[in-house]
Design a protein around this ligand. Structure first.
Ligand code: PRP
Ligand code: HPA
Ligand code: MG
Length: 179
């Protein structure tokens, strides 16, 4: 592929179908309950927008920006809040919406942070989970796709802020990030 990509792992059609399935599960699980979606900027923008439009259940949306990757392809392990929620989540049912759980460091930290604010519940929905996350004690209720341990881009996922707008998920050709 001449655009720095190596291969497509999940097509636009597969993502759309999976979002509809996940939304149906969420609709059923939250029937009669309040629901606040918390998107993790910037990666979760695409999945939040698409998933929310597949939901029939009324929900609110808020956003947090945390960063642990900077411009590289491995997590620094240090999570910083760049933008906090506008909403008080005390007694609310919070569903965190993410693009990827890779090392799991970002979400482990975020779940702990949000739970300390006294919500009624905190659950996680991620479009992609990678195998390193199995080593972390993290309960992930809604998972789009389990993918292998390769650096991926597209559908919100970036490499040095690029490729987020691709409608599919693919891998980057190694020459793009190896010197
Ligand atoms: O499971 P982990 O290894 O912690 O990685 C997952 C997190 O890393 C990425 O965000 P990043 O910090 O790069 O910010 P971004 O969403 O703005 O790209 C991604 O969007 C997840 O939030
Ligand atoms: O594979 C990935 N791609 C882009 N951003 C990421 N953040 C964690 N893992 C990834
Ligand atoms: Mg990123």
């Amino acid at each position: 592929m001449g655009d720095g990509l190596e291969k497509v792992l999940v097509t636009e059609e597969q993502i759309k179908a999976r979002n509809a399935e996940l939304a149906a599960e969420i609709d059923a699980d939250y029937a009669g309950k309040d629901l606040l979606l918390v998107g993790v900027l910037k990666g979760a923008v695409m999945v939040m927008a698409d998933l929310a439009r597949e939901l029939h259940h009324p929900c609110e949306m808020d956003w947090m920006a945390v960063s642990s990757y900077g411009a590289g392809t491995t997590s620094s392990g240090v999570v910083r809040i760049l933008k906090d929620l506008d909403t008080d989540i005390k007694d609310r049912n919070v569903l965190i919406v993410e693009d990827v759980i890779d090392s799991g460091l970002t979400l482990s930290w975020l779940v702990g942070n949000l739970k300390s604010r006294g919500p009624a519940s905190v659950e996680i929905c991620t479009m992609v989970r990678k195998p390193l996350a199995f080593d972390v004690d993290l309960d992930v209720k809604y998972i789009g796709f389990d993918l292998p341990n390769e650096f991926i881009v597209g559908y919100g996922l970036d490499y040095a802020e690029k490729y987020r707008n691709l409608p599919f998920i693919g891998t980057l050709a190694p020459h793009m990030y190896q010197g």
